[in-house]
Design a protein. Structure first.
Length: 229
């Protein structure tokens, strides 16, 4: 019989119950350490029918203490708005020249922002940007005339989310360098935003199950009653 390593032993007991949020975060922070700072991620099962387009949950919200990840931002705009985007911290700004960079595979960006009038250039990039989850969309605030504010939000740790084909939201809410208070604060902020974006056609229990995990760790289920949202 192969003896489980410490990390496997540590997580073997976690499937047996739901943990209070504080307990779950403490378990993550006290797990055997990796040689890098692991992210803390959530998976939230929502009570929606993912086959119905009117029940897709998609939006963006700024987490109180950010995500702990540096965000590279590309902006499609020109003129005065290009200057504003650059001053706000955008990593690259352009129009036709930026389209060419993306077509040539220079697409290593976490967020892509576009003004409404630039979408005629951006739309053909859908096959490239869509699978990476960075296609500009009004629902996430990435198609906007206020590019400067959108850039600042992205740089400050805004999280963008969308339900997957199973009705689950995935997202990063920090890393293991965060305090337990910061992690829970971010988690509750995300839950508040999700609650605000509950589809009108979704009936019954909206929040079904919630799991947190670190990059190398297994998921830990949180008792929803232990959170304030």
């Amino acid at each position: 019989m192969v003896k489980p390593n410490k990390k496997q032993e540590y997580f073997s007991v976690l499937e047996e119950k739901k943990y209070k949020a504080t307990e779950a975060v403490d378990l993550l922070k006290n797990a055997p350490k990796s040689n890098f700072t692991e992210s803390i991620d959530v998976a939230i099962n929502l009570g929606i029918d993912p086959s119905k387009s009117d029940q897709t949950v998609r939006s963006a919200t700024s987490l109180p203490t950010g995500t702990g990840k540096e965000c590279k931002v590309a902006v499609f705009t020109d003129g005065d708005q290009a200057k504003e985007a650059t001053e706000a911290g955008a990593d690259i700004v352009g129009m036709e020249d930026l389209v060419l960079k993306f077509k040539n595979g220079e697409d290593d960006y976490d967020v892509v922002i576009a003004t409404p009038d630039s979408m005629k250039l951006v739309s053909p990039l859908g096959k490239t940007l869509g699978p990476k989850g960075i296609m500009p969309n009004p629902k996430t605030g990435t198609v906007t005339k206020d590019v400067a504010n959108a850039v600042r939000n992205a740089k400050a740790g805004q999280i963008r989310y969308k339900t997957d084909k199973n009705g689950i939201i995935h997202g990063r809410i920090g890393d293991l360098s965060y305090s337990a208070e910061q992690i829970i604060q971010n988690l509750e902020a995300l839950m508040v935003d999700l609650k605000r974006n509950k589809p009108a056609s979704s009936k019954g229990v909206f929040f079904k199950r919630l799991f947190v995990s670190s990059t190398m760790g297994a998921g830990i289920e949180i008792d929803l009653a232990s959170l304030n949202f």
